[in-house]
Design a protein around this ligand. Sequence first.
Ligand SMILES: [Mg+2]
Length: 188
Amino acid sequence: MRKKKAIVDIDNTLWHFCDVLYERLKKINETMPPPDDWIDWDFWEHYCSKEEFIYAIQDIQLNQDDERHLPYPEAKDFLATLKEHNFHIIIASHRTPASMEQTHGWLVKHGLAFDEMHLSYDKTVLFDQSCDIVVDDSPHVLEKAVEKGIMAAGLMFPWNRHCINNGYKLLENLNDILSHILVYSKKL
Ligand SMILES: [Mg+2]
């Protein structure tokens, strides 16, 4: 049987990155709006510089293995069930390859199953004919997957909610995403 391929994001997919990022951004500018108001991808532009924003993200990712950075409770079962259903899992995160050791340590520490890791600033290079599903929260990434004919799904957030009719599935939690994938994968 052909091995199926799933590409799974980390931030705001396997853990609730946005709250930690918000705490960091508030230290730069205390008027920074909370995640509920992050209704577009560039919400931060009027509140901090691009350099400050990127540094805040990288600093969290380079310290991924912090005790406050816990995966969602369903994340472990989500990945384990994909493995049981013959998926080859590539964990793909928009982050510097310099965070490889921290990221790998976090996945292993929390028992999150995977086969490969891809850390770069363009995960869409992975989107080829061998890919079956992409799980991500970024509208840009999800749209690229749909363009390539790949089934795409993600957790629903203020920054992607308006894209609900763009050809991918946005759901409330990883259990719902898993159910959606398993129904879809029966057809593969
Ligand atoms: Mg993400």
